[in-house]
Design a protein around this ligand. Structure first.
Ligand code: SAM
Length: 229
């Protein structure tokens, strides 16, 4: 029996450290939890969802794939109702506003002992801004393609003394450049195109400034690969 897990979720699972106790928030079908357990990556999983239907689906799949005894299930808005004894928290397939809501409701997460693995579906610059202005550091971020779509996955740690991102970095953070994968040029062009569209009919001086800064990036000697096909 093959688990129908997406490349997007596999990329998130790639950030889980061996032996981690994982909290999968917004687990839905439970595929991430099942994958990290059946592959022997995680020690245990807390699977939480705000909806009863998704949670039942995760429970059903956990039984089907033989990992029911390694998962605790919680009906929870974010981390509100779950135990705090985990190492990494995965939030995947959610908008940046939902992730900000989850982080805002749990100040106890602001602690070096937790790692956040975030795969944001929309409003990603807003999420990066929030993280940077509230003491979180994007330690690593990578781009992947799943079907027609590009996604990024971030590994985020509590680092309140770390310098804040600039406005342009909310759109294209340095973490992406530290470990550039093959989809990075496509992501760069997608971000620039999005800003071009947003500023075409709107006199948004801040976005125009960001666009100008991002257009200059490939002029830097070691970043010309951003323009490669
Ligand atoms: C689009 S699905 C993504 C499921 C899975 N994480 C993935 O990436 O494939 C989003 C899931 O998050 C859940 N969700 C939305 N807001 C939530 C919140 N505040 N707390 C917990 N779960 C939430 C939804 O019920 C849904 O099951």
């Amino acid at each position: 029996m093959k688990l129908p897990i997406s490349d997007r979720l596999l990329a998130c699972a790639g950030f889980v450290a061996p032996g981690d106790r994982v909290a999968d928030i917004g687990c839905d079908h439970g595929y991430l939890a099942i994958h990290v357990l059946t592959r022997g990556i995680a020690r245990s999983v807390i699977a939480a969802d705000i909806g009863e239907g998704p949670l039942q689906s995760a429970l059903h799949n956990a039984v089907k794939f033989g990992v029911r005894d390694k998962i605790e299930f919680y009906l929870s808005d974010g981390v509100r109702n779950i135990p705090r004894d985990f190492d990494s928290m995965v939030c995947a397939g959610m908008g940046g506003d939902t992730m900000i809501h989850i982080l805002e409701s749990a100040p106890w997460l602001r602690n070096e002992k937790y790692r956040l693995i975030l795969q944001c579906q929309s409003k990603t610059p807003m999420l990066r801004q929030y993280l940077s202005e509230h003491g979180w550091r994007i330690h690593e971020e990578s781009v992947l393609r799943d079907g027609r779509f590009l996604y990024t996955v971030m590994e985020v740690v509590w680092a309140p003394d770390y310098p804040r991102l600039t406005r342009a970095e909310w759109y294209f953070p340095p973490a992406l450049l530290e470990n550039p994968g093959k989809e990075l040029p496509a992501y760069y062009r997608w971000v620039v195109r999005g800003l071009e569209i947003a500023t075409a009919h709107q006199n948004d001086a801040e976005k125009k400034q960001v666009l100008e800064e991002l257009r200059k990036l490939p002029e830097q000697e070691d970043l010309d690969f951003l323009l490669n096909e």
